[in-house]
Design a protein around this ligand. Structure first.
Ligand code: DQA
Length: 144
């Protein structure tokens, strides 16, 4: 099984971006953490990040065509992108919506998600530790 971990805008700046909100783990550390989780679980994990909405839409189409489960931190697109939602709605395997921060404790515009109602589950507020948890759940449950 392959699990695709997709990250949207500004997440490539983890480590230097608002560390009081997102922590000090760098994006490179996050990629290594996700890949290590995959190795532990015996699943292939591929982690990608983009600041370009069309690229994200293309990756979601690829995951839909390949029937890959997706862990998606869509960043700000979560809150307003109907295009990302429409692409994610085409997925045929599990979709986990993930946020590093607890978006519900933050500004009201972050309380709206275009993804939650089409997702299998939502993880938010656990910091980067949410990623390996999401990967573990997908590895143990995808395809059931
Ligand atoms: C985020 C929360 C979003 O509101 C924000 O725009 C992000 C990151 C998170 O991981 O906590 O870019 O998805």
């Amino acid at each position: 099984m392959k699990v695709l971990v997709l990250n949207g805008p500004n997440l490539g700046r983890l480590g230097s971006r608002e560390p009081s909100v997102y922590g000090s783990t760098t994006y490179a550390d996050l990629v290594a953490m996700c890949e290590a989780a995959g190795t532990d679980l015996g699943v292939e994990v591929e982690v990608r990040q983009t600041d370009h909405e069309g690229e994200m839409v293309g990756w979601l189409h690829e995951a839909a065509d390949e029937s890959w489960p997706v862990v998606l931190n869509a960043g700000a697109w979560t809150h307003y992108s109907v295009a990302v939602r429409d692409a994610a709605a085409q997925l045929r395997a599990e979709l986990i919506e993930l946020h590093i921060s607890n978006v519900h404790k933050r500004e009201s515009f972050r309380h709206t998600s275009c993804l939650s109602d089409i997702s299998t589950a939502v993880i938010c507020g656990l910091g980067v530790a949410g990623y390996p948890l999401a990967i573990r759940w997908v590895a143990e449950n995808a395809g059931d």
